[in-house]
Design a protein. Structure first.
Length: 299
């Protein structure tokens, strides 16, 4: 078995063993559809080649000068148990180190128990746990507290929040979808210029969020317009209500049909979202991290 760069002509071989990745789940695998686009751009995509077969595939991309993101690890069922995932992952770690990365992260759905165990065995440690809040867009939503668009105020609300500690300072990455990276002051300043920033500022800073992107997504009734918010943090129910009202109004202003707001997976944050009728996804997502300054070869 040899590792090599993925090629466009590997598309059908990869699609053949990823079309039914999770047979007992309604969710489908994105790789068969996105593979041609996925292997382009500034990333590193590897396949494990066993004779004429593709035994596995995985990708790593740089999110910042020191943060790498690993994704799309798939192993051909015919080659499971042969160390394919470990070899691919450690080759991606080596590539990330060469780019200057100090940490590599990945995400696993909480229902995917085998992948959680695999992540731990091949060198990742637990990092953070999130859930989506899903407030309805509402053009008439009126926050009961002052909500400003000041990125520096949002930054200070973030640095003082329990949410930041719960998720290790991570939020949705502005460039790579379904990836998280360390939220910076510059990220919020950029969002203030390009999308939207919210700081609940009433008798002190009491909450924050920002819109990371909006996009069209195929749904049951055609293309739905989604607005996605990188993190939600609030100090109390009153601040949370004001923050979700500001998000609901912003989502309506960009024409969104649906929203998603990353929130920490804690009893407080999730039950607050439920109490405030902002809704929540059924299951959390887990983030894992590997310290690339440590030797994980023999783990």
């Amino acid at each position: 078995m040899e590792l090599r760069d993925a090629r466009l002509e590997d598309h059908e071989a990869v699609a053949a063993f990823t079309r039914n990745t999770w047979p007992d789940r309604e969710v489908g695998d994105y790789l068969p559809d996105i593979y041609p686009e996925w292997i382009e751009g500034e990333n590193h995509t590897l396949v494990a080649e066993a004779g004429e077969d593709v035994a596995g595939v995985a990708q790593c991309t740089m999110l910042s000068e020191t943060e790498a993101w690993c994704q799309g690890m798939r192993v051909n069922p015919e080659y499971r148990g042969e160390g394919v995932a470990r070899r691919l992952t450690h080759a991606l770690f080596d590539w990330a180190r060469d780019q200057g990365a100090l940490v590599a992260r990945s995400m696993v759905f909480s229902w995917n128990v085998p992948s959680m165990g695999l992540s731990r065995r091949i060198g990742f440690d637990p990092a953070a746990e999130y859930r989506w809040a899903i407030p309805e867009p509402d053009p008439n939503a009126e926050p009961g507290l002052a909500v400003t668009a000041e990125p520096d105020a949002a930054w200070h609300a973030w640095t003082d929040s329990d949410a930041r500690n719960e998720v290790e300072g991570l939020a949705l990455d502005p460039e790579e979808t379904w990836a998280v990276s360390e939220l910076s002051r510059e990220d919020l300043r950029r969002a203030a210029d390009e999308t939207a920033v919210f700081a609940v500022r009433d008798d002190g800073l009491r909450g924050m969020s920002y819109r990371v992107r909006d996009y069209g997504r195929e749904g049951e009734d055609g293309v739905e317009h989604w607005a996605e918010y990188g993190i939600g943090a609030w100090n109390d129910l009153e601040a949370g209500r004001a923050l979700f009202d500001a998000i609901a109004r912003d989502a309506a202003e960009v024409g969104a049909d649906r929203t998603r707001v990353w929130i920490p997976e804690t009893t407080g944050y999730v039950s607050d979202a439920a109490y405030l009728r902002a809704g929540a996804s059924e299951e959390p997502d887990l983030v894992f991290a590997a310290d690339l300054t440590a030797d994980r070869t023999h783990r």
